[in-house]
Design a protein around this ligand. Structure first.
Ligand code: IMP
Length: 199
């Protein structure tokens, strides 16, 4: 069986990625299995930069193939913000609720047709002699107020295209069929199925 280390400690991301890749013959580890792994750099200017830095850091530390997810919510009215700063939009240690509140406040009074937004995930796989990057996008728009209690982050305020429910009102099966993360992983599937066995 091949081993793969997810370059994250985010339990929601871990759960989603493990479910989506559940049918592949992979033993999926996470940073929780490597408590001494150094802090992952997240100070890049783009999702692509952060995703690569995280995958490289974890691959160097573990000597195992590593998969990193850097993702964010891009609001067109805000020219792509919060984007790469999604996790820290309302400050360095901001909670999901604080980030949602700041975003909704900045969008107060903006008409529904101007509330377009998209989630974007950039996945990077780094192993001995190979590197691959994929991207997944889920288009939609911002809700007027938070709804639903599933998921994490901006889930309660994001309405994916074709749905009247927010990401946080979808079941995990529904979200994992249409999400930015699922789409990026779908494109990575072929490469992941060929990750070499580890001794
Ligand atoms: P990072 O990829 O760890 O830099 O942070 C991603 C941030 O984007 C998270 O902390 C969330 O705020 C947001 N985010 C990414 N993916 C999702 C998602 O599937 N649902 C809700 N928020 C997300």
């Amino acid at each position: 069986m091949s081993k793969l280390v997810l370059a994250t400690r985010n339990k929601h991301k871990i759960e989603e990625i493990k479910t989506i890749l559940g049918d592949l013959r992979l033993e999926i580890l996470t940073l929780n299995d490597f408590p001494y792994c150094p802090e992952l750099p997240e100070d890049g200017q783009t999702l692509e930069e952060n995703s690569l830095m995280k995958a490289v850091t974890v691959h160097r530390f573990t000597a195992l193939p590593s998969l990193a997810d850097d993702s964010g919510l891009e609001v067109f009215y805000l020219r792509g913000r919060p984007g790469v700063r999604s996790a820290r939009y309302a400050g360095e240690n901001a909670t999901d609720e604080e980030n949602n509140e700041k975003l909704l406040k900045g969008m107060r009074g903006v008409a529904p047709r101007r509330r377009s937004a998209q989630f974007r995930a950039v996945m990077t796989l780094v192993g001995e002699g190979f590197q691959e990057t994929t991207e997944g996008v889920c288009r939609g728009r911002l809700a007027e107020s938070p709804r639903g209690s599933n998921g994490f982050g901006y889930d309660p305020i994001f309405l994916p295209e074709g749905f009247v429910r927010t990401y946080a009102e979808l079941s995990s099966e529904e979200k994992n069929k249409i999400s930015h993360r699922a789409k990026a992983l779908e494109k990575m599937r072929e490469v992941l199925s060929k990750v070499p066995r580890t001794r």
